[in-house]
Design a protein around this ligand. Sequence first.
Ligand SMILES: Nc1nc2c(ncn2[C@@H]2O[C@H](COP(=O)(O)OP(=O)(O)OP(=O)(O)O)[C@@H](O)[C@H]2O)c(=O)[nH]1
Ligand SMILES: [Mg+2]
Length: 385
Amino acid sequence: MVFKTVALFAKRKKPLRNCLKTGFRDSLKIFVSGGYGGNGLPKYGGIGGFGGNVSVIAKEGISLEDVFKQNKSLRYVAGNGGNSSANCLRGSPGENVTFEVPVGVSFITELGKKLGELDKENEELVLAKGGTPGHSKNGYLGTEGQAYPVKLDLKLIADIGLVGFPNAGKSSLLSAISHAKPKVANYPFTTLKPHLGMINFPDHRQISMADLPGLIEGAHSNKGMGHEFLKHVERTKLLLLVVDIHGFQLGPQYPYRNCLETVLLLNKELELYKPELIEKPSLLLINKMDVEDAEEKYNQIKLSLKNLSSISENYEEEIRSEKYLKFRDILPVSIKHSVQDIDLIKGKLRKHLDIIADEEIDDESNSDLYQDIRRKMKEKGPKLV
Ligand SMILES: Nc1nc2c(ncn2[C@@H]2O[C@H](COP(=O)(O)OP(=O)(O)OP(=O)(O)O)[C@@H](O)[C@H]2O)c(=O)[nH]1
Ligand SMILES: [Mg+2]
């Protein structure tokens, strides 16, 4: 198995960008072009029509693959505005082009400029504006519309994002806790594409959880699957780290990392991807507690896990981070062999998401805007006698 693992890793020099091979697209490049503005008519002071716009509208339940299938040319060109004529002094507007995209897509030009992102159903964004019409002030010449390639970058929107080294049991958890059926196997990089699962509760509450490919040390420099999958945890409310109590070793030529080191390394990869991720609420699952010696190993590290910064100086530079996650809970569990543990995890996830939601409300109600509203209401509100 070790040989199989190494061969598997050796073959994949580059991370699977765009995920075409795995059938999951998380980015797509398109070309958009607004229509020309129509020309005016100098003789009668006629004004041309506006060029049409290219816009997108966010819809739940569609994928970037659907976007591709609906228009394989990936070119979206709006209509030109009509010229002004003696019969019709005001040129007709060019036809707008609008197409649907999944919720959670951001739009980036080739120069890296972000045009915007759509996070909610039915939100709209103009990607390319049509040209302005010709009229007396511009010599009656319509201008061309905006035209450029745009990258659509999809980030899954889930409540919880699973983060961990390969083989730690992330997919096993998603499979046990939801109806999703991600592949589970005893070798690294079983998961090649993100999976979303819904955790259902008897009172109909639903919590979504994203399973991601495993990270390894050096993921930031594109080792293993790379760390670009971490974009999918940027918008989650809670990070759920899963580590193996027995640590991890990718293959004989890679260093063995014990459980504590894997936690420190995950911290480091998260920080290198985006330092803000370290501030996110997080929980830690120490998995495979059913295996021999697990209890003893856990007892040795449990205090250190609560305060990662206190022990980091014992480690070499490449493991140390600037800032450390502060886990709201650390649970030693056996995802595979204990139904009680799955129930415990499920309950804890819900509890912590509720706490996070309350904190968000508190933050909002303490914001300047709310304080201002409260002050004004006090000033203007009816006085109780
Ligand atoms: N002993 C034991 N094995 C477990 C436990 N949980 C998961 N496993 C096993 O660990 C192996 C890896 O599990 P996965 O769920 O595929 O791990 P993963 O983190 O999704 O791995 P990648 O997709 O490669 O990142 C499988 O053989 C599982 O059966 C556990 O609680 N105890
Ligand atoms: Mg997996």
